[in-house]
Design a protein around this ligand. Structure first.
Ligand code: NAD
Length: 315
């Protein structure tokens, strides 16, 4: 059993990760500041089933301002998921993105580095395909050309992680996550919006012509990749991995699947493409497959079915 600190524990991916780590028999300290990017009650709903599980402790703390070193005491690993996610608002709310994605990461790294040396915590950092820019289609050596303030702050965070690794011997791993979906998905994310509007009979606005494509990752496949990085530090420390799903689908194909899964007809209008949006993301996961044994299992149809069922029961 290990003791693992998970930041962003009340969020979409963090809440699933905490549940999986508890099921693996670890002691988990979940940290979150309930940043009002989306409503706190939704995050409390994510947390509720964790709060009653033995081995789980929740700490409400802000990585930007609170004293972090004591939280690292006795930790075997840190999974850093806390961030301002989502690119659209990063054009308007840069201050939050800069402080939550860059300053918060630096403070957590400094606190973790203070415990470095033999038995120091393994720092697993959640980065994003947005660091690649408009096309995220190659392997981990593809050019890093982010086109949104979100992607730029996440690239800065990733570089900080690697710098702390070099400079202070911090044992760190960077995971670049590709468009994650499934139950608990953030309410601002495309599939959540599509399902919500389909179920409510509302008009859906598609940004651009609907041919933008994604190799989406089902949230439990993403969590499996994070668990594998934690379980094999000898293969993952000092490395960067893409973690994506296998199947590429475009927006129109997703809407057709969602019509089938919900039994509703989509009323679609097209709007302009969003500033800073990615045109195509196809994760090359060969490195994670070889080094970590990562192999996403969930088809887009099955993953969307699970998300539709979750939204039916919660909205
Ligand atoms: P989320 O918003 O649901 O979860 C992030 C959590 O971090 C929130 O609950 C928020 O309150 C918390 N947080 C933010 N700033 C904090 C701070 N200063 N102190 C303490 N807590 C803070 O987002 P998510 O979709 O679960 O994303 C998790 C991570 O994965 C992020 O780092 C994101 O950049 C990355 N990522 C997500 C996706 C995706 O498709 N969801 C894709 C690529 C990368």
């Amino acid at each position: 059993m290990s003791r693992i600190l998970v930041t962003g524990a009340a969020g979409f991916i963090g809440s699933h990760l905490c549940a999986a780590l508890l099921a693996d028999g670890h002691a988990v300290v979940g940290l979150d500041a309930f940043i009002p990017y989306y409503p706190r009650p939704l995050k409390e709903r994510n947390l509720a089933p964790l709060q009653v599980r033995p081995g789980f402790t929740f700490v409400e703390a802000d990585l930007r301002t609170d004293h972090l070193e004591p939280l690292l005491e006795g930790a075997d690993a840190v999974v850093h998921l806390a961030a301002m996610a989502g690119l659209v608002r990063s054009w308007q709310e840069f201050d939050s993105y800069m402080t939550c994605n860059v300053l918060a990461t630096q403070r957590l790294l400094a606190a973790t580095a203070a415990h470095s040396g033999a038995g120091s915590p393994h720092f697993v950092h959640a980065s994003t395909s947005s660091v690649y820019g408009r096309f995220a289609t190659g392997d981990e050596s593809a050019p890093l050309e982010p086109i949104s303030p979100y992607g730029i702050t996440k690239l800065a965070a990733e570089k900080l992680v690697l710098a702390y690794g070099q400079q202070f011997g911090l044992r760190a791993t960077v995971l670049r996550l590709f468009s994650v979906y499934g139950p608990h998905q953030r309410p601002d994310m495309g599939y959540n919006v599509f399902i919500r509007k389909l179920l409510a009979g509302e008009t859906i606005t598609v940004d651009g012509d609907g041919t933008d494509s994604r190799s989406n990752t089902y949230v439990l496949d993403c969590v499996d990749g994070i668990r594998r990085a934690l379980a094999t530090p000898e293969a993952s420390v000092g490395q960067i991995f893409n973690l994506g799903g296998g199947e590429e689908v475009n927006v129109i194909q997703v809407l057709e699947m969602l019509e089938e899964l919900t039994g509703e007809t989509a009323h679609i209008v097209h709007g302009p493409p969003r500033a800073g949006d990615q045109r195509r993301t196809v994760a090359d996961i060969a490195k994670a497959r070889t080094a970590l044994g990562y192999a996403p299992q969930t088809s887009v149809r099955d993953g969307l079915r699970a998300q539709v069922e979750w939204q039916r029961t919660t909205q």
